[in-house]
Design a protein around this ligand. Structure first.
Ligand SMILES: [Zn+2]
Length: 495
């Protein structure tokens, strides 16, 4: 009798369960997503093409992402105290590797909840048994994923306007994405900042694993005589993306090994062949082996191909994701912290923080606006002077805040103008400098013959500072707690 696919799946699950109970504390990177049963969106036109000019027809789009940390039942805590911070890291990495395909991710916040006790049949007698680990440990793939998703959505643990990322503790798998619900992703908490997070979000945006026995090796769409090559199926078979190589799956599920991957993550050529009439040998490159949607889990790196980026962006062009799409202006909103309140001066409070993963330029601006102006309001003046510049690789997230007297520039990759109009000028006159200096030019002209008078907070904020200066040419420098400076030239002529 020919073994059925179901038989293999049962075998796989049984094997994974055994491994899991032996190594409950190990991270598992293998993904639960099953390409065969996944039903792609039908309302999208997905070309499978890797022609980057296709992206020209699309505007940048922003996906709101909410993170949920799952604890053990009854407040039993968890082994992952840094999940909130790592959620920001995950958002940064998603942006760093998807922005060039005009896909942006907005950090929609992080919350934790204690799992309920989850009842399922653990001894095979048909009667559900209490699982005291709840959803903190997921022992089965689809039954437990769908049980968690159902519980979360019925108990206020799902944001209807976001893709919800559930961070469980451990599982027999390392994550899932977009199945059965396209507004959910799961990831084991020990691997939130690995390429696995991009892998699962990729699934959520309709990317398949690169593995497939039906995709042919050839990338020649036409034969030498100009006719269509019947073996060319790169855009419609396998992962439906033409710039990822055909490959039959690197992981041998029966024993968890990679028989055709060498120690350096190179594919060993000449042993596996496609099912085209030509029976071409599979020949994926090292970048294919390390692709984010590869199942060579030990080799995966942050590699997203142009074709994958286009397929994901095309998916987002459908209405299917509309509830989780937020406007570009949301990127210019802080995820935490507040703007300065002159009635409650407390510097610690006033750090409006912006999510990591973008190139920011905070450009000097002028609008006399104690609160930042609305995104739509560009009726303010600004200069090209960077009060602060932030790299998308910045790891000290406390540095990414909006300084006074500046407007926010966010680099939009893959646009003709990388740096769009800066927005949200914040120019609060009540924000006082905390130090500074007065420089007197002794000769009455700008040269090196100066007298420098440093000022502390009281000195620089003295309302009579200018009145009290003798006649002469001065430069007054004010230094603000956000790190920015302001310089004024004073020509004082008689008191
Ligand atoms: Zn996967």
């Amino acid at each position: 009798m020919k073994p059925t696919k179901l038989f293999f799946r049962l075998l796989f699950c049984t094997f994974m369960l055994n491994v899991f109970f032996m190594n409950a504390q190990q991270d598992n990177y293998k993904c639960a997503f099953d390409d065969d049963s996944y039903i792609p969106l039908v309302s999208c036109n997905q070309t499978g093409s890797a022609d980057p000019t296709i992206l020209d027809q699309f505007d940048p789009i922003v996906v709101n992402v909410k993170f949920w940390g799952i604890n053990r039942p009854n407040g039993g805590g968890n082994d992952f105290p840094n999940r909130e911070h790592e959620s920001l890291t995950a958002i940064a990495k998603l942006n760093i590797y998807f922005n060039e395909y005009k896909i942006f991710f907005k950090y929609g916040g992080y919350e934790e909840f204690d799992s309920p006790i989850h009842y399922w049949d653990q001894d095979g007698d048909g009667i559900p048994d209490p699982d005291l680990n709840g959803f903190y440990i997921l022992e089965q793939t689809y039954p437990h994923i769908s049980a968690l998703e159902e519980w979360a959505s019925q108990n206020g643990k799902k944001d209807a306007n976001a893709v919800n990322v559930y961070l469980y503790g451990y599982g027999v798998f390392g994550g899932w994405g977009g199945y059965p619900d396209k507004f959910t992703v799961g990831k084991n908490s020990g691997a939130m900042t690995t390429p696995g997070m991009l892998h699962e979000m990729g699934h959520d945006l309709t990317l398949y694993h690169t593995r497939s026995g039906s995709e042919h090796v050839t990338r020649k769409e036409f034969l030498p005589d100009g006719s269509i090559n019947p073996s060319f199926n790169a855009r419609t078979a396998g992962d439906r993306v033409e710039d990822t190589a055909a490959e039959p799956g690197y992981l041998r599920r029966s024993d968890g090994t990679y028989p055709y991957i060498d120690a350096n993550c190179n594919y060993i050529f000449g042993f596996q062949f496609d099912n085209s009439d030509e029976h071409e040998a599979y020949d994926p490159t090292p970048a294919d082996v390390a692709n984010i949607l590869s199942d060579a889990y030990d080799c995966v790196d942050y590699i997203v191909t142009v074709g994958q980026g286009i397929r994901a962006r095309e998916a987002l062009a459908c209405g299917d994701y509309a509830p989780a799409i937020v406007p570009i202006s949301s990127l210019y909103e802080p995820y935490s912290g507040e703007y300065f309140d002159p009635n409650l001066p407390n510097d610690v409070l006033y750090k409006p923080l912006f999510q990591p993963g973008f190139e920011y330029r905070f450009l000097e601006c002028d609008c006399d606006c104690p609160e930042p102006v609305a995104y739509e309001n560009i009726n303010f003046s600004y200069t090209q002077y960077n009060i602060k510049e932030i790299s998308k690789f910045e790891e000290d997230y406390s540095k990414i805040y909006h300084p006074n007297h500046s407007a926010i520039g966010i680099k939009i990759e893959n646009e003709p103008i990388f740096w769009p109009q800066p927005r949200r000028c914040y120019d609060n006159p009540y924000r006082k400098p905390n130090s500074g200096s007065v420089t007197l030019f002794n000769d009455g002209i700008f040269n090196g013959n100066v007298t420098l008078m440093p000022k502390d907070s009281t000195g620089i904020n003295n309302p009579n500072l200018i009145d009290e200066l003798p006649s002469g040419l001065y430069v007054i420098d004010k230094i603000y707690s956000e790190g920015n400076t302001e310089q004024t030239v004073i020509q004082k002529s008689g008191n």
